[in-house]
Design a binder for this molecule. Structure first.
Ligand SMILES: Nc1ncnc2c1ncn2[C@@H]1O[C@H](COP(=O)(O)OP(=O)(O)OP(=O)(O)O)[C@@H](O)[C@H]1O
Length: 272
């Protein structure tokens, strides 16, 4: 990345961060849905979480930025570290974890009546970040550029976010996540509501973004996992038991030479 003497800070924190989950177990009430899952998601790479429906991928993802605790019946055990710092440490603010570890959801969720411009900077107020008008203008351009949307919307920044296509709305949500300078971006099936062309654009955007931000994506699309990720983890919850990671490693090896027959069957579409 080229460093310039811009009047604004870059929209994305330059130092790349590793995310480490140790022995994560999770419950909804008495129902245990994850059992001692450990995974390192390396800095500056895309890690894909794959596995059949209901095996706990989304729950694991939500634990990575403390969203699991929003569900009243939810509880968890284990540790999540962002560059060696425990995000669940009681002395750390919840808002810090959520700012540093952003999330993009399956269904694009911009504020529909709010302008494209205001959507991008919507997170600043929530996280207590103050910026001048010029700084906001520069930040909006930078985030929309990184989100792969700038060229399409630069002449209509005051138009409502809800007027964009589904794929554009998802890229707007990515731009909004970037505005608060996350170090990790979690993406929960970000393309499942999109057509193949929009999906490709988001995938290209991810491949650019990963130079600035560590990415973890949940996907049911095996081709997508192969196209975008360098690391991959296969989750499975067999016969009502809590979800575990059966196998993880380099994506190329997971698809080309899986060690566990269950991984082989899954990546080859034989079950799930
Ligand atoms: N809010 C909730 N309350 C109770 N149980 C839940 C809740 N969310 C998820 N679960 C249960 O936790 C288990 C894991 O669900 P989760 O959504 O994490 O799986 P998943 O692998 O992401 O599935 P999918 O691929 O279908 O999205 C499932 O048994 C699910 O029913």
């Amino acid at each position: 990345m080229t460093l310039t003497a811009d009047r604004t800070e870059p929209a994305v924190t330059p130092s790349l961060a590793e995310l480490d989950a140790h022995d994560i177990s999770a419950w909804f009430g008495d129902h245990k849905v994850l059992d001692r899952v450990s995974l390192t998601m390396p800095a500056g790479q895309v890690s894909a979480l794959i596995g059949p429906s209901g095996c706990g991928k989304s729950t694991f993802l939500r634990i990575l930025n403390r969203m699991h605790e929003l569900v009243p019946s939810a509880s968890l055990a284990g540790e999540v570290q962002l560059d060696g710092v425990d995000i669940y440490d009681p002395s750390r603010k919840l808002i810090d974890a959520r700012r540093q570890i952003g999330m993009v959801f399956q269904k694009p969720n911009p504020f529909p009546a709010m302008s494209i411009y205001e959507n991008v900077i919507a997170g600043l107020k929530l996280t207590g970040m103050r910026k001048s008008r010029d700084e906001k203008d520069a930040l909006v351009e930078e985030c929309l550029t990184k989100g792969g949307l700038w060229k399409e919307v630069k002449d209509r920044l005051r138009a409502p976010g809800g007027g964009l296509s589904g794929g554009q709305q998802q890229r707007l949500c990515i731009a909004r996540s970037l505005a608060v300078k996350p170090r990790v971006l979690l993406m929960d099936e970000p393309c499942s509501a999109l057509d193949p062309t929009s999906t490709r654009v988001i995938e290209e955007t991810m491949l650019e973004l990963v130079n600035d931000v560590t990415i973890v994506i949940v996907t049911h699309n095996m081709q997508q996992a192969q196209r975008v990720s360098q690391k991959c983890a296969f989750f499975l919850a067999s016969h009502g038991t809590p979800g575990v990671i059966v196998e993880h490693g380099d994506t190329e090896a997971m698809f080309g030479d899986p060690q566990d027959p269950r991984t082989f069957d899954y990546v080859n579409g034989r079950f799930g």
